[in-house]
Every structure is written in C-alpha cells, then in structure tokens.
Design a protein around this ligand. Structure first.
Ligand code: DX5
Ligand code: ZN
Length: 227
C-alpha cells in the first residue's frame, strides 16, 4: 500500500502540533531540515524535531538537506525521528552513516538530487531502508514536478527487484493529484506532498485522495505485478 508523508514545510510553523493533527491518518510526517548551505533556505533543527516528536503520534521522516550529515544525522535519531534521510551528495561516508542511523534505531534513507544518478549506488542499496529520489531541486516547496525523473524512478525500482530488496522508494517535490499516478506507475511507493496537502481545504482528505490514486496506479504497475 502506498504511504503518504505530508511535508510540514507547507504548514504553519507556529502551529506545528495542530498541523500534525490536521493530517491524522498519514503514514509519516515529513520534516524538511535545511541549513542554508546545502540548499539556499533555512528551516528548523534538532530542538524543533524533539518537540514535534513529543507532540504527535505520527512518526517523523526527517529529510536532512544539510552539509556534514555524518556529524548531524545520528542526533536526529536521538531527537525522536523514526526515519532519517541524508543526501549522498553531502555525505562523506554514506555506508558508515546508514549503519549508524540503523544502529541507533531509526530507518536509514539516502536522497539523490535530480542530477545525481542511481547507478553508482547499486551495491550500497542493501544498507538502506529507503531511497529518496528528488523530483524537484531541493530547497523549496511548491515547485513543478520534474517529469524527467521518471526514468530514474523506474531504473531504481528495477534495481530493487533485481536484488530482491525490502527498500522503500520515496519521491519528493511537486507530488500532487495530477502527478502521483505517474510516480506510482514508475515504481515509487512512498510519496511526500507539501503544498498538495497543506494547500488543500481539508488536508486529511487530500492525504486519503492521494493514497487512493497512488494505490490504484501502483496496483496496475509493471513492478507490482511481478510480486
Ligand atoms: C523540497 C522539500 C519538499 C517540499 C515538497 O526541498 O524536500 O519536501 O516540502 O513540497 P511540494 O510537495 O510542495 O513540492
Ligand atoms: Zn523533503
């Protein structure tokens, strides 16, 4: 079944606990951490993640768009994140880092910017619980979905099948009711949506609608039929 992770980047940062409550029924809450170095934007850090983890039952999916994740990512596990995603472009030692995140008790995930290919990382995939393929340049919500990422999603799904991995494939950026089916057909099974959820009149209903669209498209997809 498809998982929908609303991104609080599009929520009201002064009311995060209520905004988490507004998407009750979501699988994860996607928390975008930006340091104004890896991306040209600044959001929140460890103290906010700690407070949010106490304020909601929804597990936190922390997406770290920061330099030096080798140093910082483990602290997000300690802060209460259930899943921690680092960018491979920023990591000095991705295998060591993924192992450390897992050893501390969270799911380990690695993200690729649009210009980063998946192929060099084929052998590293068993070290991960999730791979994030960015479908916009990271840094801002509300950008247009990059259709040119669909072949990369498909090739990654092929690698997951080839190695028979229990690896979740997440997409993030421009995911909405008009793009989610394409992502699911190509092979994604975890979907981040910011503006499409928090821009909707009823965010919880938007989550259900997105999940429904993804489930239907995923059920008929080439990669789901092989299972
Ligand atoms: C962008 C962030 C996304 C962002 C997505 O760098 O990683 O999680 O919130 O926002 P939408 O869904 O509006 O593109
Ligand atoms: Zn994100």
């Amino acid at each position: 079944m498809a998982q929908i992770n609303p991104s609080i980047l599009s929520a009201d940062f002064a009311r995060l606990a209520e905004e988490a409550e507004a998407v009750r029924g979501s699988d994860w809450l996607h928390v975008d951490v930006m340091d104004n170095h890896f991306v040209p934007n600044l959001t929140l850090g460890i103290p906010v993640v700690e407070s949010l983890a106490r304020a909601t039952d929804i597990p936190l999916d922390c997406h770290l768009m920061i330099e030096d994740p080798d140093r910082w990512a483990p602290q997000y596990v300690e802060a209460g994140a259930g899943s921690v995603t680092f960018h491979v472009e920023a990591a000095a030692a991705p295998v060591r880092l993924a192992r450390e995140i897992r050893a501390k008790g969270a799911r380990a995930s690695m993200a690729l910017k649009p210009g980063t290919p998946i192929e060099p990382y084929e052998d590293l995939l068993p070290e991960l619980d999730m791979l994030l393929i960015m479908t916009v340049e990271p840094g801002f919500g509300g950008q247009a979905f990059l259709d040119i990422m669909l072949p990369k999603i498909r090739r990654t799904r092929e690698l997951i099948a080839k190695h028979d991995l229990e690896l979740w494939l997440q997409v993030d950026g421009g995911v909405s009711a008009s793009t989610i089916e394409r992502c699911a057909e190509a092979g994604a099974d975890v979907f981040v949506a910011g503006s499409a959820v928090y821009g909707a009149e009823d965010p919880a209903e938007a989550v259900r609608r997105l999940r429904d669209l993804a489930d239907k498209a995923g059920a008929d997809a080439w990669w789901a039929c092989e299972h």
